[in-house]
Write a protein of this length. Structure first.
Length: 279
């Protein structure tokens, strides 16, 4: 935890409207984030903390650090400051009920007949979402590791992607996993190998064109697009719709809304749940 600063130091940085605009423009162009002026106090205090860590005394010098060939690391730091990585296992459980009762049974049938099943957790943060999907799959189909069923977990932030790959979690969080999904061989703090082997993790910025050839049977993109402005959200929804097989499912976050051209190709199938129409 950061120590509270003495009053003489706490006001040493001031983010002018112009500097805020520059940060907001940078975040929009590079990460798709929408930052209205109401976010200025939050951005200002989080950035001030970062400047102190870096021993930089003004925002303009900081903004300069975000450009240039070696700026990657600082861009990621900025993204982490502006967004949250909060996630947990089986978050928004109604989506996992739909996955268990409606989405997966025909897909597992398809996989047992030799077919391929692909599920994407887009904006997966530290991995609890794709691991929840993997645990659910294995509870429904113990032999799933022998089938062509794969999960992809991606996030723009390489730090959270590395945490997800490590598959190590707080024992308290693992103790709260629903009994029916908790793998019997999960005894310590690390996900068992047969769960880990179902998931591939990678970094991916959702506002850039997707690099995949094949399509997905289900896409989870929850509590990510909430940071995007409406045009960016609609672009991302359309890209997901095009990346889904006919009949594929799209799950979005509880405070996100489907809109734009994608909405005409998707049928509502429950709360924040959509099915891609057959073409
Ligand atoms: C609140 S977490 C959501 C995690 C999980 N989907 C859930 O609902 O529990 C939001 C994640 O979105 C990621 N993110 C933000 N902007 C992104 C972008 N442009 N492309 C990909 N991921 C992004 C953040 O790094 C963060 O890990």
């Amino acid at each position: 935890m950061n120590k509270p600063l003495p009053p003489s130091q706490s006001k040493e940085f001031s983010l002018s409207d112009q500097d805020f605009e520059k940060v907001a423009e940078f975040a929009h162009k590079n990460f798709g984030l929408a930052m209205s002026s109401s976010k200025k106090p939050l951005v200002s205090s989080r950035l001030a903390r970062r400047l102190r860590q870096l021993n930089i005394t003004d925002f303009q010098s900081y903004i300069k650090q975000l450009d240039g060939p070696n700026a990657g690391q600082e861009r990621n730091e900025l993204l982490s400051l502006l967004t949250t990585n909060v996630t947990h296992f089986f978050r928004e459980p109604h989506h996992f009920d739909t996955l268990r009762d409606e989405t997966l049974p025909p897909l597992l049938e398809q996989a047992r007949r030799g077919g391929r099943v692909r599920i994407w957790s887009a904006g997966c943060s530290t991995g609890q979402e794709p691991y929840s999907i993997a645990m659910l799959l294995r509870s429904m189909c113990p032999e799933v590791s022998n089938l062509d069923v794969k999960i992809l977990g991606t996030d723009i932030d390489p730090v959270v992607v590395n945490t997800a790959k490590a598959a190590k979690y707080q024992l308290d969080d693992l103790a709260q996993l629903p009994k029916e999904y908790k793998p019997k061989d999960l005894t310590g703090d690390t996900m068992p190998d047969n769960i880990r082997s179902m998931i591939t993790f990678g970094t991916l910025n959702l506002i850039e064109p997707f690099p995949f050839k094949g399509k997905f049977d289900a896409i989870f993109c929850r509590n990510v697009a909430i940071y995007f402005d409406t045009p960016t959200q609609q672009k991302v929804w359309s890209a997901f719709q095009k990346a889904l097989n006919p009949g594929g499912y799209l799950f979005i976050g509880h405070s996100e809304r489907m809109s734009g051209p994608a909405a005409t190709h998707l049928t509502t199938a429950g709360v924040t749940t959509y099915i891609n129409n057959p073409t």
